[in-house]
Design a binder for this molecule. Structure first.
Ligand code: ASP
Ligand code: MG
Length: 402
């Protein structure tokens, strides 16, 4: 059997944890399996590196930043190989260049295009455990790229798909996927199984356990995932196409505080304005999420939308540059907002789920700024200060607690 095991930063945060992970992987190896291990940088190392960069240059170039950030993962894979060696098991660490994991050229937000499997196969055939750097790739200029924060999950799934692995296990510091972040909602419950679609929405909406692109890839290639803890032997949560357990109306609640709302006020009310505005944002590589356009009056209209908060400065700059061309009167920005979402495949066939969520927020005296929905999701934008209250109230009103 070929197993891909991915361990996040907290799972390899110090020497003891590295040894613990090494032993866990060796167990699989000694049972006769081929084992590929994908690692994140140790602990909060990626944040530490970003801070270091910003102390020298508040606006570091993305190429150099990736050059720096990829050292985090390179440190952990090398140490892991040493740990396995000391435990008497042959292992080899490989970075993205050595494997050859080819990505697009967008530094900081690259996408995997192709993975060469030859080197890995060769190492597995000589009965080594292969330890691969997560989060990184190489672009057509032979430069290092990174896949976006949390991208190691995506590395693991991509490797599992490319090598037709029998299992892909994502080890983290929680026991699996919960109905809500247990740090915020005390009564949150661990799910046994969840569908790709639900997981994709929860991951995108801030559940924090999986990189959303890893779920996208897993669905595309049919890679069944298990999310479980590296600190205990609990079974974890299985992510797959269809789940057997009886469907709840809503499976989970997620919150995302990495949000800014921007309103462009007094745009000319004529064709092409939305295009020009969002085109400018797209060219600046900014992902726009919720969009709301007001009904035109006096030949003007307003457009509000949300973006990741860390892109606020870039977005404002891109819009200021276009302000005259758009004929906009004002650009407003609010960073103290957050998205709260409910997700569940069960809502597809049940009307009234959104209304129930709005009622619950109303009962908690929480004001809604913006709303967006899909077949299996309802998202509201609210004040950041209301997030905990909103999550607990919604979690309870849909009966998700233990
Ligand atoms: N080390 C990277 C990060 O902190 C990638 C990852 O952990 O998945 O974002
Ligand atoms: Mg992660």
């Amino acid at each position: 059997m070929l197993v891909v095991k991915k361990f996040g930063g907290t799972s390899v945060a110090d020497k003891d944890r590295i040894m613990n992970v090494a032993r866990r992987c060796i167990r699989d190896y000694q049972a006769g399996n081929d084992v590929i291990v994908v690692l994140s940088a140790m602990g909060k190392q990626t944040d530490v590196l970003i801070d270091m960069a910003k102390e020298i240059n508040p606006n570091p170039g993305r190429r150099e930043l990736d050059m720096l950030l990829t050292t985090g993962e390179q440190t952990s894979v090398a140490l892991m190989a040493m740990a396995m060696d000391v435990l008497g098991v042959p292992a080899v660490s490989l970075n993205a260049y050595q494997v050859a994991m080819h990505t697009t050229s967008a530094y900081g937000n690259a996408r995997l295009k192709r993975i060469d499997t030859e080197r890995i196969r060769h190492e597995l055939d000589s009965r080594k455990i292969v330890i691969v750097t997560g989060f990184q790739g190489v672009n057509k200029y032979d430069d290092y790229t990174t896949l976006g924060r949390g991208g190691s999950d995506t590395t693991a799934v991509a490797l599992a798909a490319a090598l037709h692995a029998d299992k892909c296990e994502i080890y983290t510091d929680v026991d699996g996927v919960y109905t809500a972040d247990p740090r915020i909602v005390k009564k949150a419950r661990k799910m046994k199984e969840i569908t790709y679609d639900e997981m994709l929405d929860l991951a995108t909406l801030g559940a924090g356990v999986l990189h959303n692109r890893s779920v996208e890839l897993a669905k595309k290639y049919g890679v069944q995932l298990v999310v479980r803890s590296s600190l205990n032997e609990e079974e974890g949560t299985v992510v797959k196409e269809d789940v057997k357990v009886e469907r709840m109306l809503v499976s989970g609640v997620a919150a995302d505080k990495n949000v800014t709302r921007i309103s462009v006020v007094g745009l000319q009310d004529k064709p092409g304005m939305a295009f020009r505005m969002f085109d400018a944002l797209a060219k600046a590589n900014i992902n726009v999420d919720m969009i709301l356009q007001s009904i035109g009056r006096d030949n003007t209209k307003d457009i509000s939308f949300t973006i990741p908060r860390d892109m606020t400065d870039d977005a404002l700059k891109a819009l200021e540059d276009k302000k005259d061309a758009l004929g906009a009167q004002d650009i407003k920005c609010k960073t103290t907002v957050a998205k709260v979402s409910i997700v569940g495949a069960g809502m597809m066939s049940n009307p009234g789920v959104a209304a129930k969520m709005f009622e619950c927020l109303y009962n908690s005296n929480i004001n809604i700024n913006m709303i967006s929905t899909s077949e299996i999701r309802v998202t509201v934008l609210i004040d950041e200060a209301d997030v905990e209250k909103a999550m607990n109230a919604v979690h309870e009103s849909f009966g998700l607690e233990d």
